[in-house]
Design a protein around this ligand. Sequence first.
Ligand code: UTP
Length: 299
Amino acid sequence: MQKIRKAVIPVAGFGTRFLPATKATPKEMMPIVDKPIIQYIVEEAVASGIETIIFVTGRHKRAIEDHFDYAPELEHALERAGKEEYVNIIREISDMADFVYIRQKEQLGLGHAILTAEHIVGNEPFAVLLGDELIINEENPGIKQLIDVYKKFGKSVIGTTDVPREETYKYGIIEGSEIERGIRLVNYLVEKPEPHEAPSTSAIIGRYVLTPNIFDALKRTPFGKGGELQLTDALMLLRQEEVIYSKDIEGIRHDTGNKLGYIKAILDFALRRPDTKDFVKELILEQAEKLKEEANSQT
Ligand code: UTP
């Protein structure tokens, strides 16, 4: 069985839900406290054994390339200023993995973004991590959990979590037969179904391990919902030819691709970090007190 060495991270989307911030800045570069979202995702991949990161980028995404490159002028300036600890922090970012960039010339959907990376991935199984989904699990990183299932069965594995039924319209939904706790044999997949049409509440959450046969399936998939080439549709096609598994990912998940999810992620991280936790806790309690007083004065 081939080792999973490469991860595709598609970051070519427009990020319309974050305009105007994303007019010229990639949403993946927005910070959670002081680290860009995309760095957390690369760290998850590297901690899971990934050696090569393939970014599928688009226009206005240069900042991502710069972030994972060396920054000699900045390093010299920091050295001159005696701020050695920052030199190490910024250098380690570039040394984490091999980084490869490929442009998706037109934003024709997630499936299309993955297909753009075909010639770099080649004929081997690979991981996919979406650039706006954070999964926190220090002992057992999200994508590693899927790689472990791949190692057992040698087939594609989709990362899932259970969501409230009224939210199925936001996700790809899978229906499957549970074979082990949290691991299912996928029977059916559908992209963003209305709650009353959803076959289950098991939602796809931006982590996949895929066999290279997905590329052929993508080429045969017609453009679907929103006029985009949907990865979920290609997986449904692949499902007719080989078995696919799903695995409920254990850990805390943050969808940073929308404003509310982003705010929640910042609060959660700030409350965990030793250098910010006390301050943020106090701030929240202060605000809560104010809100209580406001509510009391209105009654
Ligand atoms: P989203 O559905 O979140 O789209 O894409 P988006 O453009 O990033 O954000 P909104 O909806 O306009 O606010 C899911 C992931 O797929 C990538 C995105 O960068 C994101 O990581 N993607 C999507 C591409 O790389 N190319 C595409 O054509 C579409």
